[in-house]
Design a protein around this ligand. Structure first.
Ligand code: ATP
Length: 490
């Protein structure tokens, strides 16, 4: 497992994620996805959408607006309950979530060690004086206030007049956009229970202590499903969704051992939930929530029916009765999932005495699928052939052409951003005065660093198989083997 600093630094250096407004000193709680980051995150969202919406006959999609009627947040309980307990340092004025305050290392001026300053690991006592943290963990000097409830919603104003009547909120979750559209979707799509509505979109929370890179930010993206079922079948559906969602991450290469399910204790359950379990990932800072899967009962539909005066029900043809469906909510974070896939893919190894950093992304998630590299950039025929091949491949897979370094360095660069395959065009491909063209190129596999030699014309067909994970099988074929001495740089 790598540390977060290594990931943050790689993300910046290789164009995955930058700090928002960095030239102004940054915000510390918002991040911008760079050229490779946006590709990666889009791939995560696309995989989620395809698996949860397009490949299922019981799911439809939605894209609701971020700003909603203020009464939505009264009905949902967010205005009254969407709070975290907060404490302030009386000296340095920093603010902390009182329920998470002991999850970070703390600063201590130890009287038993001549008042020296120590940074003590999260939750541990001082080795010299045995004291536990009682003061501000950041400055180590100030006393903390009593916890107060702090509402996490961002307040804003709709329209030109900044008075109370126009107050509204940036949505703190995408879910409510689904609940308020329940009847619209049901009627327009003529759906039968059980069915689900999925949505990917931005959510905003004025987190007291954002941190751990993109894990906890104030602006983030959620991938949420509200799955409506007959009351009485909810517990079974909840279990099915837990199993389904738990299996989703390993499908895209996430290490199973780094995932676990954590059941919420009764006193931890949200006021609307009958049962909730979180899928947790072993992030560098420890096990933390990746996705929550809750049985929200009929709470939301009933609340919105009560506050809007509109019935939000389903007519059951069999019993000829109206019912308020129960809802199962698998709620995932696109940024957290992207971060987890990134951390999980990160590997550092030694090859021929040199360090190799490689992101072992699943081909479906890898930002760049193929890099086409010319072995000699001064040879026009090589360059032309490589550029044409890259343009052809781009039609199906996001591919890049790069001739700005030696082949060994180009391979390392692609390893570091997780490109599954490199295709090299060399003198043999195009021929020269001494030998005729063999019209073949070299494909190199990121993970094994093995190479095969294949006819140029067959590259797209072979690539489709490789993207499905057929490297071992194809590399074993005698037709494509490269004699050891001809194999270029790893
Ligand atoms: P936490 O306990 O970490 O604050 P939560 O239980 O409040 O999270 P939910 O309300 O269940 O989170 O939100 C569903 C998902 O949305 C989370 O599992 C997470 O992936 C994502 N998410 C929530 N808050 C944030 C945030 N501040 N930054 C990034 N992603 C978030």
């Amino acid at each position: 497992m790598t540390d977060m600093e290594t990931i943050v630094s790689l993300c910046k250096r290789r164009g995955f994620i930058f700090q928002s407004s960095e030239i102004y000193g940054g915000t510390g709680s918002c991040w911008d996805y760079g050229p490779l980051g946006v590709l990666l995150k889009n791939n995560v969202k696309r995989a989620w959408w395809r698996d949860n919406v397009e490949l299922r006959s019981d799911m439809v999609g939605l894209d609701a607006s971020i700003l909603m009627a203020t009464r939505v947040w009264k009905a949902s309980g967010h205005l009254d309950h969407f709070t975290d307990p907060m404490v302030d340092c009386k000296a340095c004025k920093r603010r902390f979530r009182s329920d998470k305050i002991d999850e970070e290392p703390w600063t201590h001026y130890c009287e038993a060690a001549k008042g020296n300053k120590f940074i003590i690991p999260a939750g541990e006592a001082c080795k010299h004086c045995n004291h536990r943290r009682s003061l501000c963990p950041a400055c180590g000097k100030g006393e903390l206030t009593e916890p107060r409830q702090f509402n996490l919603m961002f307040k804003t104003f709709m329209g030109p007049v900044e008075d109370e009547a126009a107050v509204t909120y940036l949505r703190p979750e995408t879910a409510q956009g689904i609940f308020v559209n329940f009847d619209n979707v049901l009627q327009s799509m003529r759906l039968k229970l059980p069915f689900g509505i999925a949505q990917i979109g931005k959510a905003f929370r004025n987190e007291i202590t954002p941190g751990n890179f993109t894990f906890r930010t104030r602006e983030f993206e959620q991938m949420e499903i509200e799955y409506f079922v007959m009351p009485g079948t909810d517990e079974e559906w909840h279990q099915r969704w837990l199993d389904e969602r738990f299996a989703w991450y390993p499908k895209y290469g996430m290490t199973k051992e780094n995932l676990r399910l954590r059941e919420h204790e009764k006193d931890e359950l949200a006021h609307y939930a009958k049962r909730t379990a979180d899928i947790e990932y072993k992030f560098p800072m420890g096990w933390s929530e990746l996705e929550g899967i809750a049985n929200r009962t009929d709470f939301d539909l009933k609340q919105h029916a009560k506050f809007s005066g509109r019935a939000l029900e389903y007519f059951d043809e069999e019993t000829k009765q109206k019912v308020v469906p129960y809802v199962i909510e698998p709620s995932a974070g696109a940024d957290r999932a992207t971060l987890a896939f990134m951390v999980d893919a990160y590997n550092q190894e030694e090859v021929r005495g040199e360090k190799r950093v490689v992101l072992r992304f699943h081909p479906e998630l890898a930002p760049v699928k193929i890099a086409v590299l010319p072995l000699l950039k001064k040879n026009d025929r090589i360059v032309e052939t490589a550029k044409k091949l890259c343009a052809d491949l781009r039609k199906r897979w996001y591919s890049v052409y790069d001739d700005t370094a030696s082949i060994g360095r180009l391979y390392r660069r692609q390893d570091e951003v997780g490109t599954p395959f490199c295709v090299t065009v060399d003198v043999q491909t195009v021929g020269d005065d001494k030998a005729a063209a063999d019209d073949k190129v070299t494909i190199r596999d990121r993970d094994t660093m093995q190479q095969i030699r294949v006819p140029l014309a067959n590259v797209p067909e072979i690539m489709s198989k490789l993207m499905e994970g057929a490297w071992a099988e194809i590399a074993a074929s005698a037709d494509y083997k490269i004699p050891a001495k001809e194999s270029s740089s790893l």
